[in-house]
Design a binder for this molecule. Structure first.
Ligand SMILES: CC(C)(COP(=O)(O)OP(=O)(O)OC[C@H]1O[C@@H](n2cnc3c(N)ncnc32)[C@H](O)[C@@H]1OP(=O)(O)O)[C@@H](O)C(=O)NCCC(=O)NCCS
Length: 188
């Protein structure tokens, strides 16, 4: 499969505790429980935006046909959408950025690591992507840990660069398909 094959039909990913799937308007009540929570935005230099405060807006226009992925992270046990995962800014079908966030009620239980690990597996095993990357505010320790637990390399530190709506010191994290294959071979 290639990125083009997923433009119309996005895949569903599954892990032990989670399902990553497209979200629908029926998920709005789940999203309302956590998306407006200011804590989630502490490193973004802005509070929740319009759609974060009113998640119904996310479904007010049809999904655009793009190569990017935007999954809702569903907690299997509670059958609720507890977070989001993005693979976006795809360049030449070769490199993409990842981002994620989770309801604070579900933090520190390994779920972001589980969701990102499966996303990395999907990207490198089921698409032609060769590199994934992300930028993380150096104060965002949970996010740095998640990147490192998923075998991303801390590739550098940007001083006072732009991140979302703020300027801060941030790390660039990256993982190549080659790194993933090596990590997988050790885990077998
Ligand atoms: C970043 C985020 C997704 C992490 O989710 P999570 O499900 O709690 O992450 P995990 O449980 O998989 O891993 C968190 C790790 O950080 C560690 N951690 C959390 N707070 C910590 C702290 N203050 N000091 C040291 N380690 C800390 C946890 O112990 C865990 O590491 P461990 O497994 O080695 O013990 C979540 O905090 C979040 O949604 N934050 C707001 C949005 C955001 O910043 N997104 C990332 C930018 S794209």
């Amino acid at each position: 499969m290639s990125l083009n094959d997923y433009i119309k039909q996005k895949p569903i990913l599954e892990t032990e505790h989670l399902i990553l799937r497209m979200m629908t308007v029926e998920d709005v009540s789940d999203l309302e429980e956590w998306m407006p929570n200011k804590e989630l935005y502490q490193y973004w230099g802005k509070g929740p935006g319009k759609a974060d405060k009113n998640p119904k807006l996310l479904f007010s226009s049809p999904n655009k046909a793009t190569k990017s992925f935007h999954w809702g992270i569903v907690h299997k046990g509670d059958n609720k959408v507890i977070g989001e995962m993005w693979v976006y800014l795809i360049q030449n079908n070769r490199m993409a950025k990842v981002a994620f966030r989770l309801s604070d009620k579900y933090h520190q239980q390994g779920y972001a690591t589980e969701a990102l690990g499966e996303t990395v597996r999907f990207c490198f095993e089921k698409t032609e992507l060769q590199r994934l990357w992300s930028d993380v505010d150096i104060r965002n320790i949970p996010s740095c840990r998640v990147m490192e637990k998923c075998y991303f390399t801390k590739e550098g530190k940007i001083r006072q660069g732009k991140m979302v709506s703020t300027w801060c010191d941030y790390y660039l994290y990256g993982i190549l398909k080659h790194d993933y294959m090596i990590a997988e071979s050790f885990n077998k």
